[in-house]
Design a protein around this ligand. Structure first.
Ligand SMILES: [Zn+2]
Length: 312
């Protein structure tokens, strides 16, 4: 008998939802995206309920077939199911907004909620590159840097205390007065990991060095083709990433670090190089593996569903 859990991944522009067989990590049917209604609460919940029912019908399931739901959002999530107002993208979701209780009421399901980066870590831990490891650290190099740490199959900490640890310092912060360092990162510092190595930051840096046409994708292609200028800047980028990874080894002692997000695809050919720079070791038997994520689009939905299953 399969266990079906609804996964809801709430973003500022889109909500993705799907039913997951949490025993196997299989998404039932196709994950359904809708535009995030941002105007009123009434529209928001009506759109979610309508889409859930439509999706369940397409999977020939009913709400009563679901064990519960998991919810992912780019906010700090408090233990009572409310969220902070700092990083949510929907205007009415202000500080202390009781998102999970409201969704439970609207859908008639019990649920669990956590920060999106932590839940991508859950997806990797249960269904991706982290399977078989006790302590996993998943780093999503995208618009920002998302951090998800799991211990024994659950996010570390009841609340998302560590989800902003993408802001460890990797350089002094005064190296690029005309580009990366014009303004401090929103964490308050210049030279943090996110402010240097996120997809957004890398592109700012590359446009400064190569001109406005340069993209992250083209940069990694050039490096792979052997372009000496691209390789020199790639070497700098790998050094910055490694500076963060080595700190994470000492902070969290992960068995494996999983690199995900758009930039990780460009890093894949340089994985062995990056591994050689991962010199941190907590004790002589400890070793931190480094791998690239294999999960793609549905990891938010998978991670959300796996949270509910892990806490049930
Ligand atoms: Zn920062």
């Amino acid at each position: 008998m399969s266990t079906y859990v609804l996964g809801i991944d709430i973003g500022g522009t889109r909500i993705k939802l799907g039913v997951v067989d949490t025993d196997t990590g299989t998404v039932i049917g196709t994950v359904q995206p809708i535009d995030t209604p941002r105007d009123t609460e009434e529209h928001f919940y009506q759109a979610v309920v309508d889409q859930v029912d439509k999706h369940l019908a397409s999977c020939q399931l009913k709400r009563s077939d679901l064990a519960g739901m998991g919810v992912s959002i780019g906010s700090y999530c408090y233990a009572d199911g409310s969220i902070d107002g700092m990083s949510s993208f929907v205007p009415f979701m202000v500080e202390g907004y009781p998102l999970l209780p409201r969704l439970e009421q609207a859908l008639g399901l019990k649920g669990a909620i956590d920060n999106d980066a932590r839940l991508i870590g859950m997806a990797e831990t249960h269904y991706g590159a982290g399977v078989g490891y006790d302590r996993t650290l998943t780093i999503t190099l995208g618009t920002g840097v998302g951090i998800g740490i799991c211990v024994d199959g659950k996010p570390m900490g009841e609340e998302a205390f560590f989800h902003l640890s993408g802001h460890v310092k990797v350089r002094t912060g005064g190296e690029f007065p005309n580009s990366l360092d014009r303004e401090p990162c929103y964490c308050g510092m210049k030279g943090c990991f996110e402010g240097t190595c996120s997809g957004t930051s890398l592109e700012i840096y590359l446009k400064e060095v190569f001109g406005p046409e340069m993209t992250n994708k083209r940069f990694f292609e050039l490096a792979k083709e052997g372009d000496s200028k691209a390789k020199a800047h790639l070497d700098w980028y790998l050094e910055m990433v490694a500076a963060a990874l080595n700190q994470y080894v000492y902070l969290y002692c992960p068995d494996v670090i999983i690199l995900g997000g758009g930039v990780s695809k460009g890093l894949a050919p340089w994985l062995e190089d990056l591994k050689s720079r991962l010199v941190g070791q907590v004790h002589h038997l400890q070793k931190t593996e480094l791998v690239i994520s294999q999960l793609m689009e549905d990891s938010g939905v998978l991670g959300a569903a796996s949270l509910f299953a892990a806490l049930a």
